[in-house]
Design a binder for this molecule. Structure first.
Ligand code: PMP
Length: 285
């Protein structure tokens, strides 16, 4: 079956799904995006993802090209047309097509909207979570507003590639104080030797992950202690458990950081239990 993408008002076969060379997303990464998990053909946490999308657009003064309701219909339609049972739906809005100039184009320029969807391999994801992943740490050299979910991901791209070249699966960014900010496309958590969950407070230095937000409800329900604060790489090395969270991986255990074994080198009970419980607290559309 050929894949279908939504591009500025039309559902097109992938081969024909194109944007103009002067789209500001292409020229300047002048745009934002969202990724939602799809389970049993239903969008997970769509409401929260669309709320964050509106916030990102607002911070960049890009207008929403259509209503939230119409966007919801398109997301579902792209999932259905691609017959996605388990996977992700991706949406991107850029400032639109205009002659290349750093300043914003005139208000008549319509933002571009693209939606794609693809299936994920569930058994492969489960196998990965059962095994846990290795990560490396790298200096966080991103801009100061990574709380906005922009398509400008060059540092994230280079970090992920560096991780792979060093035999790891992902990279954690570390700021100038030696504290961990987040992973290349996920939030970072540790479980201290005393059993307290720790994740960085959400300011301008991390993206406020939807999975992160929902996980607080699961943590509360399980009666676990949690702190939102910065933690150092050293603290992570001596953690009992570590894991990352994102819409496409939910809770993914981390068993090695910079070649040091975390806990006993296997996914821990806290991460495993939270991974299992997550969808009791998420909203399924
Ligand atoms: N941080 C970054 C840099 C990300 O790219 C992502 C995933 N989009 C996250 C955190 C996790 O966000 P979410 O749980 O909403 O997928």
């Amino acid at each position: 079956m050929s894949r279908i993408a939504y591009v500025n008002g039309r559902y097109l076969p992938f081969h024909d799904a194109k944007v103009h060379v002067e789209d500001r997303g292409y020229q300047f990464a002048d745009g934002v995006y969202e990724v939602c998990e799809v389970r049993s053909g239903r969008l997970i946490d769509e409401r929260r993802h669309l709320e964050r999308l509106k916030r990102s657009l607002g911070e960049l003064q890009i207008r929403m090209p259509i209503s939230t309701r119409a966007l919801g219909v398109i997301l579902q339609e792209v999932v259905a047309r691609n017959r996605i049972g388990y996977g992700i739906v991706y949406l991107q809005i850029t400032r639109g097509v205009a002659r290349r100039d750093h300043a914003f184009p005139s208000r008549e320029v319509r933002p571009s909207l693209v939606v794609t969807a693809r299936a994920l391999n569930r058994s492969r994801n489960e196998a990965l979570a059962e095994q846990g992943i290795a990560v490396i740490t790298l200096p966080d050299n991103r801009w100061g507003r990574v709380d906005i979910k922009t398509t400008g991901l060059l540092s994230n791209v280079l970090a992920r590639q560096a991780a792979i070249e060093r035999g790891a699966r992902d990279a954690w960014f570390v700021d100038e104080d030696g504290t961990v900010t987040e992973a290349s496309s996920a939030n970072v958590w540790i479980v201290t030797p005393a059993g307290t969950l720790v994740t960085r407070h959400a300011d301008h230095a991390i993206l406020r992950g939807i999975t992160r937000t929902v996980l607080f409800d699961a943590i509360k329900a399980q009666g676990l202690a949690v702190q939102e604060r910065a933690f150092t790489v050293e603290e992570a090395y001596s953690a009992r458990e570590a894991f990352i969270t994102s819409a496409s991986q939910i809770v993914l255990p981390v068993v090695r950081v910079d070649g040091r074994t975390i806990g006993n080198g296997k996914p821990g009970p806290v991460a495993t239990a939270l991974r299992r419980a997550y969808h009791l607290y998420a909203e399924a559309g």
